[in-house]
Design a protein around this ligand. Structure first.
Ligand code: AMP
Length: 568
């Protein structure tokens, strides 16, 4: 069904901000979607394309590798130029709001130089300015970015508009809209099928162009954006040695859980690109993998894990870390830490986007594709789980995988679709018994004794139901001196305020933290605390959006209770 675009009036960023504020105030997801759909219907195509992207919290399409490269410092410098406020006023506002957009909004006043702008900002004109910022290169790039940023801020006509413009710039919209809800609203606004919109967004990596295509009935023409990253499908943890009730239904396939780095490999003609789990292009770091993928025939998107290995034997994650920490890829490094790409899934092949094909079929195509691959691209081993005596098989396979240097097992349903960005029950991961959670550092403190000059004590948080960060504990053991020394300047550069002795920092550093017991506690805002927390590693590979949730913590707590009660 096609719904004609209703273009009643120019919809500036003021209207965008009003829509954001209304959506933020509304708790029910259905109502949020309704408000967004109403707003999207108002826009002409150019504004629709830009605004739909902004609602995902990012200035550019996911398939667009450009970033604004605008640090808080540049935004603050531009804001000072436009609104002339004191450092003290900003510090106070920032402390109060803990959010740059809201803090700066308090300081908005009529721009000093009215000649700086003429037209009000629209989503489409803001997009053009964003592109100017992202494309600024050469010696004067910093200055040009600053000037463009000043033009943007000077064109903001109200506090509300400035708040949301800055929030889009910093990629931190916080109005409780997941991309899934933006997809629902695009479908509702265009009268299009929601699943079709979702598939088109995943294939093209751009909600903006999909919103326009949906409006004009052109979803089927949306092409796979080879060379643009697609979200990774994720696995849910299950307990080793448990009852394996999750495996009662369906046919299951078993793979090793490789202890490496997740990578997506795109090949389109001669162009090969590798993307990390955070959807960054990391091709330059692994030239030998790029070369090995380039030698394969066809156009495709492979999913797999980069592993360090020598003569067919997997090397521990530590070996790979040596390569992760180095920017320049020297011959010595290439020879010292040989890597291979262990492929386990095929997401797209030619013009076919394989998300809805069952895993078994994707695997068949993958085997065909890799039939003449060389040692740089390997096919992950896969076996079928026999429905009889599941526990014994899982145990035997688990021990075998561990003996070969892998982390554990992945159990995958043979009929599983590929669900980008989802952690569902189609893929289950079985790890060793140690309980760990992934958390984000929200505050840091100076250490003691030989660590007095480094920030070594970290307060970390999990994510609450509404996306808020809830502190759950503090850890100061586990990292090496070198890692702490590396993190200290980062924390100092990303301070957002003071919390007593602690320095509040931008929540970006993700840690994997192991602990003995989780228990209810009034000490932290999460309502839980961890006993003997120690940092297992810094998870540079994991985006903050994917840290553990309070719900996971509650589930771990319930499991611990059940086990204790069962044992008593
Ligand atoms: P975790 O990082 O603990 O959330 O575990 C999920 C990760 O396991 C994925 O992101 C992959 O990087 C990794 N992994 C290792 N082996 C496999 C496999 N055979 N299939 C899928 N993911 C795997």
């Amino acid at each position: 069904m096609r719904v004609p675009a209703v273009v009643a009036r120019p919809a500036g960023m003021q209207r965008f901000a009003e829509a954001c504020a209304a959506i933020a105030r509304t708790a029910a997801t259905g109502a949020k979607v309704g408000l967004l759909a109403d707003y999207l219907r108002e826009l002409d195509d150019a504004d629709l394309e830009a605004a739909a992207r902004f609602f995902t919290g990012k200035p550019f399409a996911a398939s667009d590798q450009r970033t604004l490269s605008l640090g808080s410092a540049t935004i603050v410098a531009a804001a000072k130029e436009v609104w002339a406020f004191s450092d003290q006023a900003l510090r106070t506002a920032w402390r109060e709001h803990g959010d740059l957009g809201a803090a700066l909004a308090e300081l908005v006043r009529p721009p000093l130089d009215l000649g700086l702008f003429a037209e009000p900002l629209t989503p489409a004109s803001l997009r053009v300015l964003f592109e100017e910022i992202a494309d600024a290169g050469g010696k004067a790039a910093g200055k040009r970015r600053l000037v463009a940023c000043e033009r943007i801020l000077a064109a903001c006509g109200s506090q509300l508009e400035a708040t949301y413009v800055v929030k889009v710039m910093t990629g931190d919209l916080r109005i409780g809209l997941r991309e899934g809800l933006v997809v629902s609203a695009i479908a509702a606004a265009a009268g299009a099928d929601e699943d079709e919109v979702r598939r088109a967004v995943m294939a093209s990596g751009d909600v903006g162009s999909v919103a326009v295509a949906a409006r004009h009935g052109g979803l089927r023409d949306v092409r796979i954006a080879y060379g643009a990253p697609i979200g990774f499908m994720l696995a849910s943890p299950i307990e080793y040695g448990g009852a394996y009730r999750e495996l009662a239904e369906g046919d299951w396939l078993i793979e090793d859980k490789f202890d490496g780095i997740r990578l997506q490999a795109h090949k389109d003609g001669d162009a090969v690109r590798l993307f990390s789990r955070t959807l960054n292009d990391v091709s330059h770091s692994y030239p030998e993998v790029v070369a090995a993928v380039a030698r394969l025939e066809g156009r495709f998107v492979l999913d797999g894990e980069l592993v360090a290995q020598r003569d067919g034997a997997v090397l521990p994650f530590r070996a790979l870390q040596a390569r992760l920490q180095r920017k320049d890829v020297t011959d010595e490094l290439l020879a010292g830490v040989p890597v291979a790409f262990m492929a386990f899934d095929l997401v797209a092949c030619g013009e076919a986007f394989l998300l809805d094909e069952p895993l078994r079929e994707r695997r068949r195509l993958l085997e065909d594709l890799l039939s003449d691959a060389d040692a740089g691209v390997l096919l992950a081993r896969q076996a079928t789980l026999d429905a009889a005596d599941v526990s014994a098989q899982v145990q035997a396979r688990f021990e075998d995988a561990r003996a070969r240097g892998h982390e554990g097992l992945l159990l995958k349903r043979a009929d599983a679709p590929y669900r980008p960005g989802r952690r569902g029950k189609w893929w289950l991961k079985v790890k060793a018994a140690l309980t760990t959670i992934d958390v984000v550092v929200v505050a840091v403190e100076w250490g003691h004794g030989k660590r007095a000059k480094v920030l070594s004590d970290y307060t970390f948080a999990v994510r609450g139901a509404d996306g808020e960060l809830l502190p759950i504990g503090k850890a100061f053991t586990g990292l090496t001196d070198a890692e702490i020394a590396r993190l200290t300047p980062w924390f100092l550069a990303h301070e957002t305020g003071r919390l007593g002795h602690a320095i509040a920092v931008e929540p970006e550093i993700v840690l994997e933290v192991a602990f003995d017991v989780v228990q209810p506690s009034s000490l932290h805002a999460s309502g839980y605390s961890l006993r003997f927390p120690r940092i297992v590693r810094v998870r540079d590979d994991k985006p903050v959006a994917e840290i553990d949730t309070l719900e996971n913590v509650e589930a771990i707590y319930r499991k611990m209770l059940e086990r204790e009660n069962g044992n008593s």
